[in-house]
Write a protein that binds this ligand. Sequence first.
Ligand code: SF4
Length: 167
Amino acid sequence: MHKLLRQIVKTGMLRSRPCPRRDRARDIHTSPPSLAEELGRALAVRHVDTGSCNGCELEIQALGNAIYNLAAIGVRLVASPRHADILLVTGPVARAMAAPLRATYDAVPAPKRVVALGDCACGCGVYSPNYATVGKVDDVIPVDVAIPGCPPPPETIREAFATLICR
Ligand code: SF4
């Protein structure tokens, strides 16, 4: 017992050292103002499908696997626009999805960016504007980055996110 008490007195109170503050803006070589500098943390992406054929979604899903590993560059998908920094939109904007897309865009806190993914989101692709389609994403909300392709391959999408971080 005495030995234990002596040991406690000798050791004193131990506190874990605070972690050094990780400043993403300094980790990533950017020319200001970059999104990383504005946010100073990993980017959260909210995906909205406004009427795609699901081909683009398959490529988005592939970004989570061990090969493309989008999380490794600090980008992750989130379930709520209120937690998001980036809105990722796929598909032409179906008439029924125009209002929800605007509402989702409004729910993302500033500063925010919009990425239009796939030929349909960038310019209607195989769907020309018709009775069921309003048009491309840019016709409804402002788009910062357009990633063309039908569908764009995961390496292109990953590259675009890396560029977006450095903007
Ligand atoms: S761009 Fe191609 S894969 Fe993507 S939603 Fe349009 S048709 Fe489908």
